[in-house]
Design a binder for this molecule. Structure first.
Ligand code: RP5
Length: 160
């Protein structure tokens, strides 16, 4: 199975990276995590993206806060699907990162999830890998069924 890359712009993004890692672990999807910054380590971010396909990655998750250029910088150097997570950080609480991550120019797409959306980023990455993996697709279907059953059980138990 192809790997998912989890790239964070700073170790201060670790709680969001952990959410993504936990979700991938629960689905049995292999992943590799790194700290590369679009601004502080631009060469390493570029090298990682350029070599991602030959290194066995099938989807990349890139997260950053504030002037969040990481997902776009990664996407500029690979055609592997890139999922961007805007992180809540600094005075604008993630709105800055959301706009910086989502407003990509035509030609370099980044699939942007919600602010701090580590869980959905991992699920989307798993869904991309599952296009070519029936066993993983069944795990994702089973999770949907379990999640539905949990809501229905809460509905059943509801007494206001
Ligand atoms: C971004 O700026 C990082 O992704 C982080 O979310 C934010 C703050 O980084 P630190 O100053 O905490 O390293 O580059």
């Amino acid at each position: 199975m192809k790997k998912v890359g989890i790239i964070m712009g700073s170790d201060s993004d670790m709680p969001i990276a952990q959410k993504a890692a936990d979700m991938l672990k629960s689905l049995g999807v292999p992943y590799e995590a790194h700290i590369f910054s679009a601004h502080r380590t631009p060469e390493q971010a570029r090298e990682f993206a350029l070599n991602a396909r030959k290194n066995g990655f099938g989807a990349l998750i890139a997260m950053a806060g504030m002037a969040a250029h990481l997902a776009g910088a990664i996407a500029a150097n690979t055609t592997i699907p890139v999922i961007g997570i805007p992180c809540k950080s600094g005075a604008l609480a993630g709105i800055d990162a959301l706009l910086a991550t989502v407003q990509m120019p035509t030609g370099i797409p980044v699939a942007t999830v919600a602010i701090d959306g580590g869980g959905n980023a991992a699920l989307l990455a798993a869904q991309i890998i599952a296009v070519e993996d029936a066993e993983l697709a069944e795990k994702l279907d089973a999770k949907r069924r379990t999640d539905s059953a949990k809501v229905l059980a809460k509905d059943e138990a509801l007494s206001l």
